[in-house]
Design a binder for this molecule. Structure first.
Ligand SMILES: Cc1cc2nc3c(=O)[nH]c(=O)nc-3n(C[C@H](O)[C@H](O)[C@H](O)COP(=O)(O)O)c2cc1C
Length: 219
């Protein structure tokens, strides 16, 4: 799987066709969810053929159409960053199967959602998945100098990681994170704001893939 290509191809998709998820795709996504849940302690679930959760609750929230499948991002409290990191792993897995996606924190009807929440857990948000009417669109992005301390002497792997972090989806495209490098230690922090911890987890997943885990440690 060429992850960089997947990151470049991925855009948020909000309009989906009627086509149900193929059985092979469902199996592969469920296998990835099992791997993610056992590694992380999260309780992520794939819900299929369940359109009600995406029906517009209020006028003005009708941006989604045809969406009936989603990952329910459920887990213990205080796991915002992990939700981002592992949710994005599922997004890129879906992209590799030709399945489009969109992270959804707000434009979603929680009361109509169907999945399990065990004691001590909560639903953080969902990720819509399905076959898009289109592949979404390239959007504007910050520059690596705005999200890091990178300079003329920065190693190539660091720059590659930062560029991949800028391909990560963030709530309202805010890209409110900052990376610093000292020796081989990379620190990444989120600015204050809505969903910025989850955005940070997503960006760190992208960074790690492109930079190569063997080149650095998280500080
Ligand atoms: C944590 C998070 C929450 C999001 N919530 C919503 C949402 O409620 N509604 C929506 O339409 N898009 C939502 N998005 C999608 C972003 O608007 C989108 O990722 C961003 O504009 C960048 O575009 P791209 O995903 O095509 O790169 C969310 C994204 C993230 C990461």
């Amino acid at each position: 799987m060429d992850y960089l290509e997947l990151m470049n191809q991925r855009h948020s998709v909000r309009k989906y066709t009627d086509k149900p998820l193929e059985a092979d795709a469902v199996n592969e996504l469920n296998a990835e969810i099992d791997a993610v849940n056992s590694e992380s302690g999260l309780h992520i679930q794939l819900v299929t053929e369940e359109p009600e959760a995406f029906q517009a609750e209020k006028p003005g929230y009708g941006k989604f159409s045809g969406c009936k499948n989603y990952f329910a991002l459920v887990g213990p409290k205080g796991k915002e960053e992990e939700i981002g990191y592992y949710g994005e792993r599922l997004v890129l897995k879906a992209q590799s199967l030709g399945v489009n996606s969109c992270w959804v924190a707000l434009t979603f009807k929680k009361s109509k959602a169907k999945f399990e929440i065990a004691e001590g857990e909560k639903l953080y948000m969902v990720i819509a998945v399905g076959y898009g009417e289109n592949q979404g669109h390239k959007r504007r992005s910050k520059h690596i100098n705005e999200i890091s301390d990178c300079g003329d002497n920065s190693p190539d792997w660091y720059i590659a990681g930062l560029e991949a972090a800028l391909l990560a989806p963030t709530a309202i495209n805010q890209q409110r994170f900052y990376f610093t490098l000292s020796g081989n230690t990379v620190k990444a922090k989120a600015w204050l704001g809505f969903y910025t911890k989850t955005d940070l987890g997503i960006a760190k997943y992208h960074f790690e893939i492109a930079a190569g885990k063997e080149n650095f440690t998280w500080g």
